[in-house]
Ligand binder design. Structure first.
Ligand SMILES: C[S@@+](CC[C@H](N)C(=O)[O-])C[C@H]1O[C@@H](n2cnc3c(N)ncnc32)[C@H](O)[C@@H]1O
Length: 345
């Protein structure tokens, strides 16, 4: 055993960082709980018995809330963990963070609309790391783009849908965001995930809800509206590794649509080898589709909170916890992690 106190360990620092940097602006409850955990040597020792990738703060927090933990002072949360420790462990070890944020469609929409307009064709969408596939419905959501510096806004609504039946994704914009005049048409949509979540399965839905931070009621409401849409139009989701499944799935996309492959908050889950392989797979796919004369464009959106390794093109202080948005490998914008802002470069 090392002589380092548990409250100084890497795990404790991870929780302290989450509780003092990531959570405070969004969830005072999660801020208090994770700062509490960071200073709780006994709990840190228990968490350290799990494999490294299971120790991340969001996983234990979501597991506890999945089991019914309510917003409360840390002491009560700690009692809850003690009473439910076996069940919390089981969920942590069997589930993973699969947050599915429809709000990210607001940051993808301008790029999607540009591609569709440039090719004068509707879109075929493939999302790798799709979770439940909620980002595959950009044409079913409403949008409200609000320029940071002006008193004006652009609203876009899905054709024929009743207000209140779709989420309206609000996004604060800066820079020359190429906002479309209308939503692009999506002809076909499909996703790949190691563990696709099924919006018709109550346990999966409860897990998706538990992954939304407490106090973020607007995100919960948006999630429920997006789930209702996905239930009505169940997306094609393929189970497996994105590197193994992408080429075969792309071959199923209709030739008369512009194929767009995108991903969001996924590359952090890949090691460097997996990321390099994915870039090669994408390059092969783009070359192959071009060779068939379909003029389909390989297009990636890489969005990742860890600017240091996954987003080497931009330094972390510039990103400030936001995601970088790449188009065909080139930085195009910086996006709020849940789609709440879009700064065009
Ligand atoms: C944080 S979620 C993001 C979901 C969705 N892209 C979004 O932005 O709302 C990451 C997803 O990637 C999936 N994932 C991680 N590694 C993967 C891999 N190698 N192949 C396929 N899916 C993977 C996870 O199972 C999880 O559902």
């Amino acid at each position: 055993m090392s002589g380092e106190p548990a409250t100084d360990s890497a795990t404790a620092q991870w929780y302290r960082h989450f509780g003092t940097i990531d959570a405070p602006g969004s969830s005072p409850c999660y801020a208090e709980w994770t700062v509490g955990i960071a200073g709780d040597a006994e709990l840190i020792r228990r968490i350290d018995q799990w494999p490294h990738h299971k120790r991340q703060p969001l996983l234990i927090l979501a597991a506890a809330r999945f089991l019914g933990a309510q917003i409360s002072p840390y002491r009560d949360f700690r009692n809850f963990l003690d009473q439910h420790w076996a069940a919390v462990s089981e969920i942590v070890l069997s589930r993973s963070t699969q947050t599915n944020e429809a709000g990210r469609c607001a940051t993808l929409l301008p790029s999607l609309a540009q591609i569709s307009a440039a090719e004068s064709r509707p879109l075929a969408l493939i999302e790798v790391g799709a979770s439940a596939g909620l980002a595959l419905f950009p044409d079913h959501y409403g949008y409200e783009y609000v320029p940071e510096a002006e008193d004006a806004r652009t609203t876009l609504v899905p054709a024929g849908a009743q207000p209140g039946t779709y989420p309206v994704l609000r996004c604060v914009t800066s820079g020359p965001v190429p906002l479309p005049a209308a939503l692009p048409q999506v002809l076909w949509r499909a996703g790949i995930d190691l563990n696709p979540l099924d919006v018709r399965n109550p346990d999966d839905v409860a897990w998706l809800e538990a992954l939304v931070w407490p106090e973020q009621e607007f995100r919960l409401e948006r999630l429920r509206q997006a789930i209702a849409i996905a239930r009505e139009h169940p997306p094609l989701l393929v189970a497996g590794d994105l590197n193994e499944q992408l080429a075969a799935l792309a071959a199923r996309a209709p030739e008369d649509a512009a194929l767009v492959v995108f991903h969001s908050a996924v590359t952090a889950y890949l090691d460097a080898g997996g990321r390099a392989r994915f870039r090669r797979t994408m390059a092969d796919l783009a070359a192959e589709r071009a060779a068939t004369g379909s003029r389909t464009k390989g297009h990636t959106v890489l969005a990742q909170a860890d600017g240091s390794t996954v987003v080497p093109e931009m330094d972390d202080t510039r990103l400030g916890g936001r995601f970088q948005l790449l188009q065909d490998g080139q930085p195009a914008a910086i996006a709020g992690p849940h789609g709440q802002s879009l700064e065009w470069l």
